[in-house]
Write a protein that binds this ligand. Structure first.
Ligand SMILES: *Cc1c(COP(=O)(O)O)cnc(C)c1O
Length: 429
C-alpha cells in the first residue's frame, strides 16, 4: 500500500502542531514511520488520504463500538445540530442520558457529565478527597487515568512508550500525594496503606487495564481491593473510561461483579464526541457543587450534540444487548486464529483478552502487570504492526495499547486479518 499523501500531510502538520498530532500515540513514535491520515470512515473501515481501505482495530480507542458513522448516532447528531449546538442552560436530554446510564450501570445513583475521560478521573479524585477529607491517592503502575498532574506517575500507554513516566511540569508537591502500587499485587497496596495510615482518600484503578496492553485482574484481586477499602474507609474508584459500556452494559462492575464507590466513564459514553462522566451513590455525589462544597464545572459539559451522540449510542447498546456477546465471539475468533498462526510458526507470544479487548505481547512470561508488559519485544512488535498495516489492517501503533473491536467487523474481516499475519509471520522469528 502507498501512504504518500499521508506522509506529505504529516510533514505539513508538523509545521503547525507539536509533533504533527493532537495526542502523542498518533505520531507512530513507538513503531516508526509516518502516521496515516484518515479521510473518512464507515463501519469497520477507515479510508485514508491515499485511497487505501483499512480494517480498524482501534475504533477511535474505544468509542466506535458499533463501527464508524453508525446510522443511529449520525441521525441523532444531524437532527440536533439544526436546533443549536450549545446553550449553557439545562436540557431535558441531559436527564435522559443520565437516567439511562444509571439504569445500565450497577450501584450508581447519580452521574455528572464532563468533556473527557481525563476530566472525569481528575474530578472523581477531587470528589474522593473532598468526601473523605484525606489527601493521598493510590494508583497502579501502568494504569492511565488521563493526563492530569496527579496521574502522570508511571502512567502506561503514551507515557510508557516514551520512557517518560514522570512528565516535566508535574510538581513534586503533586507527585508526593500519588502513591504507586503494582497491578495484581494486593500486598503492594497493603504496604502503602500501612505506611500512610489514615491519609488515603481513594484507590483508583482500571479494573481491567487497557493502557499496558490488555491486562486482566487476577482472581480475587478486585475483591481484595474492595475489602481493603471497606476496612480502611478508603473509596474505591474504578476508571471504566475504556471498559464502561464495552465489557458489558454495566462495564466491569457488571461483568466481574465487584462494585466501586465512584466510577468514571469516557469513550463509548460519548458515541464519538468528547464526553466523560463520573458517577456514584447519591451520598457521595451530593458532595458536588451546587449541592455540596466540592467544586466542579464545565462550559460545554452536557453539550447537546455530545449528549445526543451518547444517548443514541447507549440506547443502541441497551436495547441490543446481544451486541456484547457478538463482540466477544468475534474477539475470540481473532484470538484463536492469531494464536494458531503464531504457534505454528514458533513465535513466542502472549495474548490477553476479555470481551472485545485484546492485545499481543511478544514475550515468554504471562503479562500481568506493567513490569511483565515491558518485557515485550518492541522490535517484533514494530514488524508486526507494519506487516499488518501493509496489508490493510490498522492495529494500535504501540504494544502498550489494547485493541478495541467494533461490531461492524465481519468474520471475513477477521479472516483477512489472520491471513495477513500468516503472510509475514516468518519475519517475526
Ligand atoms: C482514555 C482513557 C482516559 C482518558 O480519557 P480522555 O478522554 O483521553 O481524556 C482515562 N482513563 C482510561 C482508562 C482511558 O483509557
Amino acid at each position: 500500500m502507498i501512504y504518500k499523501r499521508s506522509s506529505a500531510l504529516f510533514d505539513e502538520a508538523k509545521k503547525y502542531i507539536p509533533g504533527g498530532v493532537n495526542s502523542p500515540v498518533r505520531a507512530f513514535n513507538a513503531v516508526g514511520g509516518d502516521p496515516i491520515f484518515v479521510k473518512k470512515a464507515k463501519g469497520a473501515y477507515l479510508y485514508d488520504e491515499d485511497g487505501n481501505q483499512l480494517i480498524d482495530y482501534i475504533s477511535s480507542w474505544g468509542p466506535m463500538i458499533l463501527g464508524h458513522a453508525h446510522q443511529a448516532v449520525v441521525d441523532a447528531l444531524v437532527d440536533k445540530t439544526k436546533h443549536g449546538t450549545s446553550f449553557g442552560i439545562p436540557t431535558e436530554l441531559e436527564t435522559k442520558i443520565a437516567k439511562l446510564a444509571v439504569e445500565m450501570v450497577p450501584g450508581i445513583d447519580k452521574i455528572r457529565f464532563v468533556n473527557s475521560g481525563t476530566e472525569a478521573c481528575m474530578s472523581a479524585v477531587r470528589l474522593a478527597r473532598g468526601y473523605t477529607k484525606k489527601d493521598k491517592i493510590i494508583k497502579f503502575a501502568g494504569c492511565y487515568h488521563g493526563h492530569s498532574d496527579s496521574f502522570l506517575i508511571q502512567a502506561g500507554s503514551g507515557g510508557a512508550t516514551f520512557g517518560e513516566p514522570n512528565s516535566p511540569g508535574v510538581t513534586k508537591g503533586t507527585a508526593k500525594d500519588t502513591l504507586l502500587a503494582h497491578y495484581n499485587d494486593l500486598d503492594s497496596v497493603k504496604t502503602l496503606i500501612e505506611e500512610n495510615k489514615g491519609e488515603i482518600a481513594c484507590i483508583i484503578i482500571e479494573p481491567v487495564a487497557g493502557n499496558m496492553g490488555c491486562i486482566l485482574p487476577k482472581e480475587g484481586f478486585l475483591e481484595g481491593l474492595r475489602q481493603i477499602c471497606n476496612e480502611h474507609s478508603i473509596l474505591l474508584v474504578f476508571d471504566e473510561v475504556m471498559t464502561g459500556f464495552r465489557l458489558a452494559p454495566g462495564g466491569v462492575q457488571e461483568r466481574l461483579g465487584v462494585h466501586a464507590d465512584i466510577v468514571t466513564f469516557g469513550k463509548v459514553i460519548g458515541g464519538g464526541l468528547p464526553v466523560g462522566a463520573f458517577a456514584g451513590k447519591a451520598e457521595i455525589m451530593n458532595h458536588l457543587a451546587p449541592d455540596g462544597p466540592v467544586y466542579q464545572a464545565g462550559t460545554l459539559s452536557g453539550n447537546p450534540l455530545a449528549m445526543a451522540a451518547g444517548y443514541a449510542m447507549l440506547t443502541e447498546l441497551n436495547s441490543h444487548r446481544e451486541i456484547f456477546e457478538s463482540l466477544d465471539k468475534k474477539t475470540e475468533k481473532l484470538h484463536i486464529g492469531m494464536k494458531k498462526v503464531l504457534d505454528d510458526a514458533g513465535i513466542v507470544h502472549q495474548i490477553n483478552r476479555i470481551g472485545s479487548m485484546i492485545s499481543i505481547h511478544f514475550c515468554e512470561n504471562p503479562v500481568t502487570d506493567f513490569k511483565s508488559a515491558a518485557h515485550g519485544n518492541n522490535e517484533k512488535f514494530k514488524t508486526y504492526f507494519h506487516g499488518m498495516l501493509e496489508r490493510g489492517v490498522y492495529m494500535p501503533p504501540s504494544a502498550f495499547e489494547s485493541y478495541f473491536l467494533n461490531d461492524a467487523l465481519s468474520y471475513e474481516d477477521i479472516d483477512h486479518t489472520i491471513k495477513s499475519l500468516s503472510e509475514f509471520v516468518h519475519e517475526l522469528k
